[in-house]
Design a protein around this ligand. Structure first.
Ligand code: ADP
Length: 480
């Protein structure tokens, strides 16, 4: 790393607007080299509850500010993130592994949520409802929910936090965030800039720790937290939802996906290949909206497989800091083992490897294409989270919709066709929160991101994104 502003590499926790050491520290490792980048404060549950107390105390004044006052601070934070995007991207690549250009893209994507919700801060509208009795008037206002507990994963160490903190702060909530233990540095760097932007003490707290379960229990059990916002696995999301049941805490959950990607025989095949590469191999396949099951209509199956393999062969695997690298390492050994397991299972079910298929040094894995995958293979049922595309053959629109919807997940789905009627039919039939039609890239701050079924609850981004952080209050005025 060669940071212009070295103070962005912060290793202490940010609690109540002060930087705190902890009794213990933990290592942050660069997954491309296995080297230790630095040691970070490993906060105790006491420190976490202290952060919650301070967030609780700070929230009232934050909520009293006008939307415009909060907007100005958030806007400044956005400007600082953009100004320091190169440094933030380096920190992100070092701790997470994605290629530097992708890391920069994530920083700009994350920042866009701060910008968007800075703008939305002025638009938390209420409503006036025609009265049901002559002497009454009915007013509806939206109020901040209170203190928000945030738990985020390692695959987007900046953007997952920005997507939650942006709307929360915009509407007047305060936040206690526990970043993933594998990638705390991007979160702490964001806090350095939030402090500089003038976010008041206690409004944003970043509390890294290694004991995820203990932190989760405290965030869910502490009654000062009124909402948990989580991105991660369905398994942990389910657990957090159970834990929140005790005091009926609200939850927003962005959970696992298993995105189907459908290629119909009338599709522009080159565009479909390009979309599949983008949707499958971005972040080395480690995103929850990654295409996971690629269904191709029988008459174009071989041609699509050929073209896809050609394009995938052009991807360059390596350390994200090297020029031209498009595929970084997987996050750890467990991730590599899962990928290998999915490939072995597919081969056991009669599939064949068309390209790649092997582990490289460290946690690097060859970009892989497997063909003749049956719908019942593991790779079609579970999120792979690696650079492996499994191609499944289908005959009719009806069949493929059944297969696409045959999943407990429902985050994103993609399809390629040039038939307008089919565009509507399939888009409406797909049981997912997000549908990409003739595109493999769907993420933007202006649109609602989120899943149905076991992929989650709530939406992030867009004009809907702030709703998850407000309560609706109905005020009935009588005697008029
Ligand atoms: P992933 O496979 O993306 O790491 P996880 O759901 O395991 O998905 O992790 C997402 C985040 O949830 C990480 O920050 C992780 O530390 C945290 N986490 C894991 N287990 C728990 C738990 N029991 N309670 C709260 N947070 C948890």
């Amino acid at each position: 790393m060669d940071l212009k502003d070295k103070s962005l590499l912060e290793t202490r926790a940010f609690i109540g607007g002060e930087w705190h050491e902890a009794d213990k520290t933990f290592e942050v490792i660069n997954p491309a080299t296995g080297e230790t980048i630095t040691q970070v404060a490993d906060c105790s549950t006491d420190q976490l509850s202290k952060a919650i107390d301070l967030a609780h105390a700070a929230q009232k004044d934050w909520a009293k500010k006008t939307g415009k006052e909060r907007a100005n601070i958030l806007r400044k934070w956005f400007d600082l993130m953009v100004e320091h995007a190169d440094d933030l991207a380096q920190i992100l690549t070092a701790e997470m592994g994605k290629p530097l250009a992708e890391a920069k893209g994530e920083i700009m994507y994350g920042a866009s949520f701060i910008e968007w919700f800075a703008e939305e801060a002025k638009r938390t509208y209420g409503d006036i409802i025609p009265q049901h009795q002559a002497d009454k008037r009915i007013v509806v206002i939206q109020q901040p929910i209170g203190v928000v507990g945030s738990i985020t994963p390692w695959n987007f160490p900046n953007a997952m936090i920005a997507r939650k903190v942006g709307p929360a702060l915009a509407v007047g909530c305060s936040v206690v965030a526990r970043p993933a233990e594998l990638t705390p540095l991007s979160a702490l760097a964001m806090a350095v800039l939030a402090e500089r932007a003038g976010v008041p003490k206690g409004v944003l707290n970043i509390v890294p720790s290694t004991d995820a379960a203990a932190a989760g229990e405290e965030l869910c059990a502490n009654s000062k937290i009124r909402k948990i916002t989580f991105t991660g696995s369905t398994r942990v999301g389910r657990l957090l939802m159970k834990q929140c049941a005790e005091d009926i805490k609200k939850v927003s959950l962005e959970l696992g996906g298993n995105a189907p990607f459908l290629v119909f025989d009338d599709a522009d095949l080159d565009a479909a290949v390009e979309g599949a590469v983008a949707a499958k191999y971005r972040n080395a396949g480690q995103t929850c909206v990654c295409a996971n099951r690629i269904y191709v209509q029988a008459s174009v199956y071989d041609e699509f497989a050929e073209k896809l393999a050609e394009k995938v062969a052009e991807l360059k695997t390596g350390n994200g800091f090297e020029d031209g690298v498009t595929i970084g390492p997987l996050i750890n050994d467990a991730a590599v083992e899962k990928v290998q397991n999915h490939i072995t299972d597919a081969l056991d079910h009669g599939a064949t490897v068309k390209l790649g298929g092997n582990r490289l040094e460290g946690t690097f894995f060859e970009p892989t294409v497997i063909v003749d995958v049956p719908h019942k293979a593991l790779i079609a049922r579970e999120e792979t989270f690696g650079p492996v595309a499994g191609l499944i053959k289908f005959d009719t629109e009806e069949d493929v919709i059944d297969m696409a919807n045959d999943s407990e997940f429902g985050l994103a789905g993609y399809f390629y066709t040039r038939d307008l009627g089919r565009v509507w039919r399939v888009a409406e039939a797909m049981e997912t929160g997000i549908v990409g039609v003739n595109t493999g890239i769907i993420s933007t701050e202006v649109a609602p991101f989120g899943g149905i079924k076991q992929s989650g609850l709530g939406r992030e981004g867009s004009k809907y994104g702030a709703d998850d952080f407000t309560e609706i209050k109905y005020i009935c005025m009588g005697g008029i």
